[in-house]
Design a protein around this ligand. Sequence first.
Ligand code: ATP
Ligand code: MG
Length: 142
Amino acid sequence: MKERTLSIVKPDAVAANSIGGMLGIFENGGLQVIASRMIRMDREKAEGFYAVHKERPFFGSLVDFMTEGPVLVSVLEGDNAIARHRELLGATNPEEADEGTVRKLYGTNIERNAGHGSDAPETSAFEIGYFFSNDELHSRGS
Ligand code: ATP
Ligand code: MG
Protein backbone atom coordinates (compact mmCIF):
# COMPACT_ATOMS: atom_id res chain seq x y z
CA MET A 1 0.00 0.00 0.00
CA LYS A 2 1.34 3.41 -1.00
CA GLU A 3 1.92 5.64 2.02
CA ARG A 4 3.58 8.87 3.04
CA THR A 5 5.78 9.48 6.06
CA LEU A 6 7.50 12.47 7.65
CA SER A 7 11.28 12.19 7.79
CA ILE A 8 13.60 14.52 9.70
CA VAL A 9 17.35 14.72 9.37
CA LYS A 10 18.04 15.86 12.93
CA PRO A 11 20.50 18.65 13.89
CA ASP A 12 23.36 16.23 14.67
CA ALA A 13 23.20 14.70 11.18
CA VAL A 14 22.81 18.05 9.39
CA ALA A 15 25.89 19.30 11.27
CA ALA A 16 27.81 16.16 10.34
CA ASN A 17 27.09 16.67 6.61
CA SER A 18 25.01 13.49 6.48
CA ILE A 19 21.93 14.79 4.62
CA GLY A 20 22.92 13.24 1.30
CA GLY A 21 23.94 9.93 2.86
CA MET A 22 20.64 9.63 4.67
CA LEU A 23 18.43 10.60 1.74
CA GLY A 24 20.44 8.17 -0.40
CA ILE A 25 19.59 5.33 1.96
CA PHE A 26 15.90 6.27 1.81
CA GLU A 27 15.88 6.59 -1.99
CA ASN A 28 17.85 3.37 -2.51
CA GLY A 29 15.46 1.73 -0.06
CA GLY A 30 12.52 2.38 -2.36
CA LEU A 31 11.18 5.70 -1.08
CA GLN A 32 10.71 8.93 -3.06
CA VAL A 33 11.21 12.45 -1.71
CA ILE A 34 8.00 14.36 -2.55
CA ALA A 35 8.75 17.46 -0.42
CA SER A 36 11.78 18.77 1.49
CA ARG A 37 12.83 21.92 3.32
CA MET A 38 15.55 23.00 5.74
CA ILE A 39 14.25 24.82 8.80
CA ARG A 40 15.42 25.87 12.25
CA MET A 41 12.74 24.96 14.81
CA ASP A 42 12.10 27.24 17.76
CA ARG A 43 11.16 25.68 21.13
CA GLU A 44 7.44 26.07 20.56
CA LYS A 45 7.63 24.29 17.20
CA ALA A 46 9.73 21.42 18.61
CA GLU A 47 7.54 21.08 21.74
CA GLY A 48 4.42 20.86 19.55
CA PHE A 49 6.02 18.28 17.31
CA TYR A 50 7.07 16.06 20.22
CA ALA A 51 3.99 16.82 22.38
CA VAL A 52 3.33 13.06 22.85
CA HIS A 53 6.57 12.91 24.83
CA LYS A 54 6.00 15.94 27.06
CA GLU A 55 5.71 13.90 30.27
CA ARG A 56 8.90 11.94 29.53
CA PRO A 57 12.04 12.74 31.55
CA PHE A 58 14.04 13.40 28.39
CA PHE A 59 11.55 15.91 26.92
CA GLY A 60 13.47 19.11 27.78
CA SER A 61 16.74 17.67 26.57
CA LEU A 62 15.09 16.43 23.37
CA VAL A 63 13.73 19.93 22.67
CA ASP A 64 17.18 21.44 23.36
CA PHE A 65 18.65 19.01 20.84
CA MET A 66 16.03 19.51 18.14
CA THR A 67 16.44 23.30 18.31
CA GLU A 68 20.26 23.44 18.44
CA GLY A 69 20.58 23.80 14.66
CA PRO A 70 18.76 23.37 11.37
CA VAL A 71 16.95 20.18 10.38
CA LEU A 72 15.83 18.85 7.01
CA VAL A 73 12.14 17.94 7.05
CA SER A 74 10.97 15.78 4.15
CA VAL A 75 7.95 13.81 3.06
CA LEU A 76 8.76 10.37 1.67
CA GLU A 77 6.35 8.27 -0.36
CA GLY A 78 6.34 4.60 -1.29
CA ASP A 79 4.98 1.16 -0.54
CA ASN A 80 4.53 0.82 3.22
CA ALA A 81 6.55 4.00 3.57
CA ILE A 82 6.03 4.37 7.33
CA ALA A 83 7.37 0.94 8.28
CA ARG A 84 9.95 0.91 5.48
CA HIS A 85 11.39 4.26 6.58
CA ARG A 86 11.60 3.14 10.23
CA GLU A 87 13.30 -0.07 9.10
CA LEU A 88 15.90 2.00 7.19
CA LEU A 89 16.34 4.25 10.27
CA GLY A 90 16.97 1.32 12.61
CA ALA A 91 16.41 1.10 16.36
CA THR A 92 15.99 4.31 18.39
CA ASN A 93 19.27 3.56 20.19
CA PRO A 94 22.09 3.49 17.59
CA GLU A 95 23.91 0.86 19.70
CA GLU A 96 20.98 -1.49 19.08
CA ALA A 97 20.49 -0.59 15.41
CA ASP A 98 21.24 -3.12 12.66
CA GLU A 99 24.30 -2.73 10.44
CA GLY A 100 23.67 -0.48 7.46
CA THR A 101 20.82 1.45 9.06
CA VAL A 102 20.82 5.24 9.29
CA ARG A 103 21.10 5.32 13.06
CA LYS A 104 23.93 2.76 13.10
CA LEU A 105 25.83 4.74 10.48
CA TYR A 106 25.07 8.30 11.59
CA GLY A 107 23.66 8.20 15.15
CA THR A 108 25.64 8.94 18.31
CA ASN A 109 23.38 7.91 21.21
CA ILE A 110 19.72 7.30 22.07
CA GLU A 111 18.95 11.04 21.89
CA ARG A 112 21.31 12.16 19.12
CA ASN A 113 20.15 9.49 16.71
CA ALA A 114 20.27 11.30 13.34
CA GLY A 115 16.73 10.73 12.09
CA HIS A 116 13.05 10.84 12.89
CA GLY A 117 10.28 8.84 11.23
CA SER A 118 6.51 8.81 11.76
CA ASP A 119 5.31 5.68 13.53
CA ALA A 120 1.70 5.22 12.28
CA PRO A 121 -0.73 6.56 9.65
CA GLU A 122 -2.34 8.95 12.15
CA THR A 123 0.96 10.40 13.36
CA SER A 124 2.23 10.62 9.79
CA ALA A 125 -0.80 12.71 8.74
CA PHE A 126 -0.34 15.02 11.74
CA GLU A 127 3.41 15.37 11.25
CA ILE A 128 3.24 16.01 7.48
CA GLY A 129 0.58 18.70 8.07
CA TYR A 130 2.73 20.20 10.84
CA PHE A 131 5.37 21.21 8.26
CA PHE A 132 3.80 21.10 4.79
CA SER A 133 0.65 22.14 2.97
CA ASN A 134 -0.93 19.80 0.42
CA ASP A 135 0.23 21.86 -2.57
CA GLU A 136 3.86 21.39 -1.46
CA LEU A 137 3.64 17.60 -1.85
CA HIS A 138 4.85 16.61 -5.31
CA SER A 139 3.71 13.02 -5.60
CA ARG A 140 4.89 11.30 -8.76
CA GLY A 141 1.70 9.25 -8.93
CA SER A 142 0.79 5.54 -9.36
P1 ATP B 1 11.53 9.39 16.45
O1 ATP B 1 10.14 9.65 17.00
O2 ATP B 1 12.48 10.56 16.61
O3 ATP B 1 11.50 8.84 15.05
P2 ATP B 1 11.54 6.87 17.81
O4 ATP B 1 10.13 6.76 17.38
O5 ATP B 1 12.48 5.76 17.45
O6 ATP B 1 12.20 8.22 17.30
P3 ATP B 1 10.61 7.82 20.36
O7 ATP B 1 10.37 6.91 21.50
O8 ATP B 1 9.45 8.38 19.61
O9 ATP B 1 11.64 7.09 19.38
O10 ATP B 1 11.51 9.02 20.92
C1 ATP B 1 11.60 10.25 20.23
C2 ATP B 1 13.02 10.74 20.28
O11 ATP B 1 13.32 11.09 21.61
C3 ATP B 1 14.09 9.71 19.91
O12 ATP B 1 14.30 9.61 18.53
C4 ATP B 1 15.30 10.27 20.60
O13 ATP B 1 15.86 11.38 19.90
C5 ATP B 1 14.68 10.78 21.90
N1 ATP B 1 14.72 9.76 22.96
C6 ATP B 1 13.97 8.64 23.03
N2 ATP B 1 14.24 7.93 24.16
C7 ATP B 1 15.17 8.66 24.81
C8 ATP B 1 15.87 8.49 26.06
N3 ATP B 1 15.65 7.43 26.83
N4 ATP B 1 16.77 9.43 26.40
C9 ATP B 1 16.99 10.51 25.63
N5 ATP B 1 16.37 10.75 24.46
C10 ATP B 1 15.48 9.83 24.05
MG1 MG C 1 8.70 8.33 17.68
